[in-house]
Design a protein around this ligand. Structure first.
Ligand code: ATP
Ligand code: MG
Length: 237
């Protein structure tokens, strides 16, 4: 199997200007690799830097030091720590999707539009995108009367289903997913897990953050445990 991701000696520190320049070392010399088609579960206690790592890979955050090599579809390698903005944007549009811990809902955009957005940007017809979005929301048990409503007023679990549906439908080659099942009941959790496994079967590589043992057991091929900003040990499952 070819490598899809290689993170080498990655560090990220935050400078808190309102606290007189105080520094927070979120990640310190972190290294790990991911194979193509793998689901890697990223664990570690709250505040240890899991979301920060994911945001560095998606390039929401610029790392302080280190490299993040991503092998693209055509085989070319891009270092996300230094890549040009337009290369990062192109990658997000075609190959890499990030599903954040919380939905950042744009006011007055209906749920169906939010969910189909990822598919539309992948050159799918509007009709086909809406059909797939309905199918996805139905599988995740979001009541039909909410499909045309605005997710900004939804409950935590309803927002989470909109968020994960959008990410799944974009069918990325590489998916970053932060706590996709945290506020869901077991039945809905399993529906999300089944859909992520379908993505994996279609070839998607997934980096998954979760505190949920059931989700980890069903999904991850391998676990990485983050401690003090570094990978402490890997657990094979
Ligand atoms: N934008 C930011 N500015 C300043 N500090 C930040 C920023 N983002 C994260 N941090 C700090 O970095 C550390 C790691 O945060 P992070 O959100 O990565 O933790 P986490 O492992 O995802 O936690 P959780 O399991 O609670 O989601 C925390 O101490 C946090 O306060
Ligand atoms: Mg987090």
């Amino acid at each position: 199997m070819a490598k899809i991701l290689e993170v080498a000696d990655l560090s990220k520190e935050f400078t808190l200007l309102i606290l007189g320049g105080k520094k927070i070392h979120a990640l310190e010399g972190l290294s790990f690799e991911m194979e193509e088609g793998e689901i890697v579960g990223l664990t570690g206690k709250s505040g240890v830097g899991k979301s920060t790592l994911m945001k560095c890979i998606y390039r929401t955050y610029l790392p302080t030091a280190g490299s993040i090599f991503l092998r693209r579809q055509g085989g070319e390698t891009l270092d996300l720590a230094t890549a040009a903005e337009h290369d990062v944007l192109a990658l997000r549009r075609t190959e890499m999707t990030y599903c954040s811990q919380f939905l950042h809902a744009i006011p007055r955009v209906p749920a169906l539009e939010v969910v189909s957005e990822g598919l539309l940007s992948r050159k799918c017809s509007r009709e086909e995108a809406l059909r797939e979005a309905r199918n996805c929301l139905e599988r995740l048990g979001l009541p039909e009367e909410l499909w045309d409503a605005y997710p900004s007023t939804f409950s935590g679990g309803e927002q989470q289903r909109v968020n994960i549906s959008r990410a799944i439908l974009s069918r990325p080659r590489f998916l970053l997913v932060d706590e996709p099942t945290a506020s869901l009941d077991l039945k809905t959790k399993n529906a999300v897990i089944d859909m992520l496994l379908e993505l994996k079967a279609a070839g998607t590589s997934i980096l998954l953050i979760t505190h949920d043992e059931h989700t980890l057991n069903r999904l991850s091929d391998r676990r990485l445990n983050l401690e003090n900003g570094r990978i402490r040990h890997a657990v094979e499952v």
